[in-house]
Design a protein around this ligand. Structure first.
Ligand SMILES: [Zn+2]
Length: 398
């Protein structure tokens, strides 16, 4: 076995399992049997036999001929993204979006509906079930076509079991076996917190090997940690919970956080904090969205509040940049829609406080499609697990 290469060479791993071959074709790294042989170092016979299995399972298909480098031109391979579909569920506090996608996370049909997450799992998941049947019917698909289900929800989740763990704003959901609500689909169900799911959505299907922090600033503040293009969840699944990191506000005040500690990041710079400070400053607002809109219209006090929130978030991100040295930071969530003034505060703090080597090529951007990334991410989570190396080997064995 060859020694592990530097992580940017990880795609040229020695694995030539059917799942690994499928991944190379899906991500565009190989387009023919010959390229798969070159990429994996496996024998031509091994690659051909596994490709035939993948074609028989309808996951790969042959199409067209490539350029010849002497001799017969190679038959091109492509991923059959219509071999099945995924159900994507993006659960929020006051609404849910359900989508059915093909196996490249292209949305085929989607529907959204208001809910109250505090109604508990029985009521909310019954509504999700109804919406899922609706989108499947609209896309002309049957429950048997669903290969995997992905669910994102606004609270901590034990990923291995799909059970929420003491979610602070979801009464009645603690330890609820969410996968059991999708029994009619007879397929695996994956559940994760909304921030990790959005992070996957931001990365897209291409399987980039970048290291990225996806920071959601809504009522709370959370961070999806992407290492080599994959979500890093940590030992118990709570990696990236940056909302409760201690910060020292510029004005020296002390603020109690809903977690019981003082001066947590989200108690100083989250959406709730922004609204509280805006009301205290006499602004005519009753929701965080209104503060964000005022800032967008150029209101001086609202701009200053958003910019200060950006600076506070930026001091925490500067520490994370020094520690993690990401390629990119992507801001998302309701407060991130304030765009320029929030980014200005964040950039000022991050570039001012990070080490030059880590900050030199760092990109900080706002999500292009924050409303879509929850659904696309939930679909990608389900698809990536369904087409994971071991799962593909199991699928082919059946
Ligand atoms: Zn806290």
């Amino acid at each position: 076995m060859a020694p592990a290469a530097c992580h940017y060479d990880a795609v040229a791993s020695t694995s030539a399992s059917a799942g690994a071959l499928l991944r190379h074709v899906r991500t565009g790294r190989a387009r023919s049997r010959a390229e798969l042989v070159a990429l994996t170092g496996a024998s031509r016979n091994t690659v051909s036999a596994r490709v035939d299995q993948l074609i028989a399972a309808k996951l790969l298909e042959e199409g067209g001929r490539g350029w010849s480098t002497g001799g017969r031109p190679p038959t091109l391979l492509r991923f059959n993204s219509e071999a099945g579909c995924a159900l994507a569920v993006d659960l929020g506090v006051t609404s849910v979006d359900v989508a059915v996608t093909d196996l490249s996370a292209r949305i085929l049909a989607t529907v959204g509906h208001p809910i109250d997450i505090a109604d508990g799992p029985g009521v909310v998941l019954a509504e999700v079930d109804r919406l899922a049947q609706l989108v499947l019917a609209e896309a002309g698909l049957a429950p048997a076509d669903v290969c995997a289900v992905g669910v994102g929800l606004p609270g901590p989740v034990e990923f291995s079991t799909g059970r929420p763990s003491h979610p602070p704003i979801m009464p009645g959901w603690h330890d609820y076996p969410i996968p059991s609500a999708f029994g009619r689909y007879d397929c695996p169900v994956y559940v994760d917190n909304d921030v990790n799911v959005m992070a996957l959505g931001e990365m897209g299907i291409a399987g980039s090997v970048q290291d990225v922090l996806v920071v959601k600033v809504g009522t709370g503040i959370g961070c999806g940690v992407i290492v080599d293009g994959r979500v890093y969840r940590g030992a118990q699944g709570s990696a990236g919970d940056i909302g409760h990191i201690y910060v020292q506000p510029a004005d020296g005040r002390t603020v109690l956080c809903r977690c019981g500690n003082e001066n947590c990041l989200e108690a100083i710079a989250g959406g709730g904090a922004l609204l509280r400070d805006a009301i205290a400053a006499g602004l005519p607002v009753s929701t965080t969205r209104e503060v964000v809109e005022l800032a967008a219209q150029g209101d001086g006090s609202a701009l200053e509040l958003v910019r200060n929130a950006g600076r506070t978030i930026g001091t925490v991100l500067a520490a994370l940049v020094n520690f993690f040295n990401p390629h990119r930071i992507v801001m998302t969530g309701g407060v991130a829609q304030a765009g320029a003034p929030l980014l200005a505060g964040i950039r000022e703090a991050v570039y001012g406080r990070s080490m030059p080597l880590a900050a030199r090529a760092l990109e900080i951007t706002v999500s292009d499609a924050p409303d879509l990334s929850g659904r696309v991410g939930a679909a990608l989570m389900a698809i990536e697990e369904f087409l994971d190396e071991d799962s593909v080997v199991e699928t082919l064995a059946r």
